[in-house]
Design a protein around this ligand. Structure first.
Ligand SMILES: [Zn+2]
Length: 395
């Protein structure tokens, strides 16, 4: 069993029921396929950034290779991923797994999943502890990957981004990882809890997940309220620290409130647009344009609710819509890998997105808005790199 030398955190893959659930809920629809020479060449030159994966929810060993789910170090490498955002899920009501439309903050399934996988006792009652534990887990994975051919580095500053990109430009296989919170319920009602989470390495703060919390209302929450006074304090503190705010899963009011108060770029990391998939989690035209005006990005997910179906064409279509409404510099990739969803491709299959974008581009040659390979480089990573550099602490 691999273990981190400092924390001794066990990295044994989960077996039994948790393993079965993992294998069943995180499926991939399309296998990697040979690419056109043009797509392979272009994808090999990209600096790919994926804005959302829930890998930390699952125990899959030291990440070297797994037959389950959507990513591991091998597959990230095959997909030429330079930076992967790793989100910590700390509360999911059972209603979310049963397909209900609105979710109360009850019947939490993460407690059960944690118990099945042997998470420490303190994670049973505390969502803050769950977030801190998942940060420790990622650090243990990074330590275990240390001397391997595909090492990892936790990114907490612009300097770390530069280091990862420099190493990669010299042919090293180093992959950067960024910690993100999926929902401010992990702060347990106290904005000051952002401090220990920042200290633990979190640099992205998603305000909500499925249910409303004390800081902000969720798209599928019971009331869907906006930012509360505590939420406004939290936003201010998080932005001062150098954290990127994420509007994925947020209610319309929360989106409006944050856009009304932010002077920094914000993002919606993993979702879709209502124009191509009419789900309450997806963004309307005015929201897409407004996120663009903050200089932020909209990350398109690779799952059915984000896309209105599951095909590479639908991925291109949603991305094109964001380009049209907000501008090419505001489109990004936010897969939702390993997030209790089937995705169109897994991490190793990301070159197929590049190929789909190239084909889409050929079909739209007359359109200036979506008309160069530079646009694809932006969508697949450069746009997010710009936002991270504008947001994260320098050192
Ligand atoms: Zn999500």
């Amino acid at each position: 069993m691999a273990a981190d030398s400092t924390t001794g955190l066990p990295l044994k893959p989960s077996s039994g029921l948790a393993g079965l659930i993992d294998a069943r809920v995180n499926r991939t629809l399309l296998a990697p396929r040979p690419l056109s020479a043009e797509a392979a060449r272009l994808h090999g030159e990209l600096r790919v950034v994926d804005l959302h994966a829930d890998f930390l929810l699952w125990n899959r060993g030291a990440w070297e290779f797994s037959s389950r789910g959507h990513l591991d170090r091998q597959r990230l490498h095959q997909g030429n991923v330079a930076i992967q955002v790793c989100a910590a899920v700390t509360g999911v009501p059972a209603t979310a797994l049963l397909g209900a439309r609105r979710h109360p903050d009850r019947w939490d399934t993460i407690d059960l999943l944690g118990r099945l996988q042997g998470w420490p006792r303190q994670t049973r009652s505390s969502r803050l502890a769950r977030a801190l534990y998942q940060a420790e887990k990622l650090k243990a994975i990074i330590a275990a990957a240390g001397d391997s051919p595909i090492p990892l580095k936790l990114i907490t500053s612009c300097r770390d981004i530069d280091e990862v990109l420099d190493c990669r430009s010299q042919g090293e296989a180093l992959i950067g990882v960024i910690l993100a919170l999926e929902g401010a319920h992990a702060l347990e009602g106290n904005p000051a809890n952002i401090q220990p989470l920042f200290q633990a390495g979190y640099r992205i703060l998603g305000l909500t997940h499925f249910m409303d919390n004390a800081m902000a209302g969720a798209a599928e929450g019971k009331t869907g309220h906006g930012l509360t006074p505590a939420g406004q304090t939290l936003v201010q503190q998080a932005q001062e620290l150098g954290m990127l705010l994420d509007l994925a899963h947020a209610s319309e009011e929360t989106i409006e409130d944050l856009l009304g108060m932010t002077s920094r770029p914000v993002m919606a990391s993993h979702g879709g647009v209502r124009a191509t998939s009419d789900s309450p989690r997806n963004l309307g035209p005015a929201q897409v344009a407004a996120i663009g005006r903050t200089e932020g990005v909209v990350g398109i997910g690779l799952f059915a609710r984000a896309l209105g179906g599951q095909s590479l064409t639908l991925v291109s279509r949603a991305m094109d819509y964001v380009a049209t409404r907000a501008g090419l510099e505001h489109v990004a990739l936010g897969s939702d890998f390993d997030g209790f969803v089937s995705t169109v491709v897994d991490s190793a299959g990301l070159p197929r997105i590049t190929q789909a974008l190239l084909r889409h581009l050929e079909g739209r040659e007359a359109e200036p808005s979506f008309a160069s390979k530079k646009a694809i480089a932006g969508i697949m990573g450069e746009n997010v790199l710009r936002v991270l550099r504008q947001t994260l602490p320098g050192e």
